[in-house]
Design a protein around this ligand. Sequence first.
Ligand code: MN
Ligand code: MN
Length: 308
Amino acid sequence: MGGSERVVFQPNAEQLDRLRQAGSVAGSVLREAFSRVRPGIRSEEVCEWIEARIRELGARPAFPCNIGIDSIAAHYTPTHGDDMVIQAGVLVKVDVGVELDGFIADTAATLDLRSPYGHLVDVAREALKNALKLMKAGVKVGEIGRVIYETATRMGCRPIANLSGHEIRRFNLHAGLSIPNIPSNEPHRLKAGHVYAVEPFITLREAPGIVINTKTVNIFSVRDTSPKPKGLSQEELEALREIVSVSRGLPYTTRWLSGPAAAIHPRLYKRGLVYGYPVLVEKSGAPVSQAEHTVLVHEDGCEVLTEG
Ligand code: MN
Ligand code: MN
């Protein structure tokens, strides 16, 4: 790679410390959560425990805890009073985001509750491991996708083609580069001092290997963090202000809102005042596994921030 492409962003020592601390909280909370997930537990209980534990450790959730059973690949978080119970015989993906002073770490893993598709867990982990080995300044993002794809294929599986990893910036979970899970000719290269989440999603070889939107939307965000009173009723304005204060522009869920704001939330969504992330499922209903770490890229390799 040419010298001109080495744009080095040097976070100061205190910022690096916050970033590493966010990563360490995310990793340890995910690991702790897995020891609590067993058949019969409500998914809401798991997510509420995770989010409370993050706060107890002095950080904040960067997004609502995601739980994805089998073909639910991403963006499912339980609603308040959600009666979804985790059953035996399934794959459970748990995806955790931690924010500390704007520094964000994002990590996920899959638990096999004696599913017939338990091997998908190993494939996602192996694909992630191989991707991380490759990561250093100057590597093309398409090469990372190639390694993930080749690992999955060699192990008799397939990555989800339309889900990808992403760069992370301060207060911005999905910023800049995408890290594909399939080969691509994208010329973009990793840069030293930048933070990336790598997250292979793996499904069965015979499945289409793409995710589609469902009608369920439980995770939202507000882009405009200074809502103007124009055209808004007093209660809508108050609800939007609460959302901004609760979410700080990051993704949120109605579980985090008070009664009045939660009650008029469907109207805010319908009117396009807040943005929704539909639950994503594998198109054919095939089971999906996921493994994710957040890394800080250096000139000669990468530092995994979310090992618990
Ligand atoms: Mn994640
Ligand atoms: Mn991510």
